[in-house]
Design a protein around this ligand. Sequence first.
Ligand code: GAR
Length: 188
Amino acid sequence: MQNIAVFGSGSGSNAENIIRFFSESSDVKIGPLVSNTSKSRFRLIAEANAIDYLEFDNTAFENEIDLIIENLQEYKTDWIVLAGFLRKIHPKLIQAFENRIINIHPSLLPQYGGPGMYGMRVHQAVFDHNETESGITVHFVNEHFDEGEIIAQKKVNVETCANPDEIRAKVQELEQLYFPQIINDLIQ
Ligand code: GAR
């Protein structure tokens, strides 16, 4: 059995999709869900799916990282999936789970990545630069924001998108279609 903790800060559409994908799996267990903010939908999603939920605020993610690592180890966490987790990962967490933390980014890295580039900001930048393509990048997390080794990328044509929100919708479709399968391919 492989245990995957899913971290997030937002609406949790990827977390929900990952939970659905692995719901029948006898090899993979999703949990706990972890968030740095009560404003995210992660608590609700955890409750709805009978998955444990842990919340640590940003101060804890900075100053109490040993406690967070202990918690994850108690759950026998094998992998950490960042699904819209908008916080830099502490180096100690990266060391404790070396090559075991993966992130999804809503652009074709290395383009439109780095500090401050998340969510709509990414799609706005892609739109402002008149890009013809965008997509998703799934990558390992290292100590440099959005620079870890790339595991997979999927592309979509965004030439006809009239605004950043249309780009977001197309990229989100890719996330829903491919992210759980990419995770599955990696860990099997
Ligand atoms: C997703 O689009 C994900 O790619 C992005 O945040 C969104 C979270 O949506 N991640 C980043 O921008 C990371 N830099 P969700 O909470 O509905 O899954």
